[in-house]
Design a protein around this ligand. Structure first.
Ligand code: BG6
Length: 488
């Protein structure tokens, strides 16, 4: 390990929360990959800021023992890793003390692009921005990256946005939602707007329903301190699932410029029908996992997890039916579902097309609507389910999948979401980040649901770890003669 400080160059990436989970699991491995593939300028530095009173060597030793586990083995090379570590600087500081920013100022003395990545508790965002500005570190070249959760409701999100806007222009603010950095999510735009065959069919009445599922097998782990106050609606639906819904539902933007794309996403969020109490009761399902089995091992229930209050009513599962009030999507139900400790790790979007209006194959024929299955993870694929004839005499129909295996369709490396988004920040590309009005529109739709659950004194329904969630989630679909993809 080297103890020489790297000299200042054209880019400084300053990570607040530099020793936190997000840094060593995601950000530093992503920056290592960018370094390995020569996507980081040779003189770019990474300045990690943390509370621990470590020396630089102690910080490097910490990263050296924690981050490699989160780097693909085939991409890890000891010499490249050492060269990467040589870019790192550590500053121990109390981010609430204005005086401590002088240390940072001394280091970032010459004009460079400065990226301030706030991987801290959101309660610190506004003070950090104010103090950076007070120390003269915010100039026209500076960018700030804000990690989620951005607020816990509309008022707190607005307060953060208003404060941050005092020091950074909107064009300098990167509100990150790592789902927007996933390859398949970006591919969805190409699928929709780069293939002429879909556009005429991408609407009511040709589409009968849309399902968006983000299912996880992990439990709350060590994050109960944050998660118990948030729950699945705030943690996943307000951001990741609504962003996926926007990309599925938006009108073609006039260009790929950030504001053109974000204008269209905003319109979708504004078209979401607000739910009143009756709709909340009818169209939402909250669940909480109890003990069960996950991937072959016995696991605890949510209430037995570390730091979860014994009477917690926090939801670890949500399913809901959303309505989009515009001409393209009139009467097309959008079903969103996410949960922890579900049967499989699976994120997918299912577009179910309308039924055949008339079947010449008789009423006995098992006619199934065509479905487009867009799988985000664990593997990335796009499949179109078509009806074909079963070989042999007679005209028996059966579904077959026409598939695009995205992994093997190109030899090109597929960067992880964080690497891709960090490179966008460095290049000043805002398309895959949320604009202020988008974030606030998402809260405006979510907030009445949170309030409605409270007003209805809604207790989460129990589901066993390793299942697909509470039975009421299947019933939500069955009511409209539909079913979740894996239950069909
Ligand atoms: C995060 C949530 O934003 O996304 C976590 O806070 C969740 O609770 C994670 O586990 C899921 O991300 P991914 O990329 O693993 O699907």
């Amino acid at each position: 390990m080297t103890t020489n400080l790297p000299a200042a160059g054209a880019l400084d990436i300053v990570i607040f929360g530099g020793a936190g989970d997000l840094s060593f699991r995601k950000l530093l491995p992503a920056l290592y990959m960018a370094h390995l593939h020569k996507r980081l300028a040779a003189d770019a530095r990474i300045i990690a800021i943390g509370r621990q009173s470590w020396t630089r060597d102690e910080y490097l030793a910490f990263i050296d023992s924690h981050s490699p586990a989160f780097i693909e083995t085939s991409a890890f090379s000891a010499s490249d890793w050492q060269n990467f570590l040589a870019r790192l600087i550590y500053i121990s500081m109390d981010v609430t003390q204005g005086g401590d920013y002088a240390k940072l100022k001394t280091l970032c003395c010459q004009p460079a692009v400065r990226v301030f990545y706030l991987a801290t508790a959101p309660s610190l965002f506004t003070q950090i921005c104010a103090k950076l500005s007070g120390a003269g570190l915010v100039d026209a070249q500076a960018r700030v990256v804000l990690e989620k959760p951005l607020g816990t409701d509309l008022a707190s999100a607005r307060a953060i946005n208003t404060e941050v806007a005092r020091y950074f222009d909107e064009q300098q603010i990167y509100r990150i939602d790592h789902y927007l950095g996933k390859e398949t999510v970006q591919n969805l735009m190409v699928l929709r707007f780069g293939n002429a065959i879909f556009e005429p069919l991408w609407r009511a009445p040709h589409i009968k329903s849309v399902q968006i599922t983000v299912a996880e097998t992990v439990g709350v782990g060590k994050r109960a301190g944050f998660y118990d106050g948030a729950g699945a609606l705030r943690d996943m639906v307000q951001n990741h699932l609504l962003q996926l819904l926007c990309i599925v539902a938006m009108e073609p933007p006039i260009s790929l410029d950030a504001d053109d794309v974000r204008d269209e996403k905003l319109k979708v969020l504004r078209s979401l029908q607000k739910m009143d109490l009756a709709a909340i009761k009818r169209d939402t399902v909250r669940g909480q996992y109890s003990a069960g089995a996950s991937e072959g091992a016995a696991v605890k229930g949510y209430l037995e997890e570390d730091n979860v209050p014994a009477d917690s009513r926090t939801e670890t599962f949500v399913a809901l039916r959303a309505r989009i009030n515009n001409a393209r999507w009139a009467n097309v139900p959008f079903f969103l579902r996410t949960g922890k400790r579900l049967q499989q790790r699976q994120s997918e979007i299912i577009i179910e097309f309308a039924d055949q209006p008339f079947s010449i194959f008789g009423t006995e024929a098992k006619h199934q609507p065509n479905r487009l299955i867009i799988r985000l993870q664990p593997e990335e694929s796009i499949q179109l389910e078509m009806m074909v004839k079963e070989p042999g005499s007679g005209m028996t129909l059966h579904p077959v999948k026409l598939g695009l295996d995205l992994q093997s369709s190109s030899d090109k490396r597929r960067a992880e979401a964080y690497e891709r988004l960090l490179m966008d920040v460095i290049k000043g590309r805002l398309t895959h980040f949320m604009r202020r009005d988008e974030l606030e529109a998402a809260w405006l739709w979510i907030e009445p649901i949170l309030a409605g659950w409270q007003a209805l004194d809604d207790k989460p329904r129990n589901y066993s770890a390793g299942s697909w969630g509470p039975a009421a989630s299947s019933a939500l679909m069955a009511r409209e003669d539909l079913s979740w993809f894996e239950e069909a």
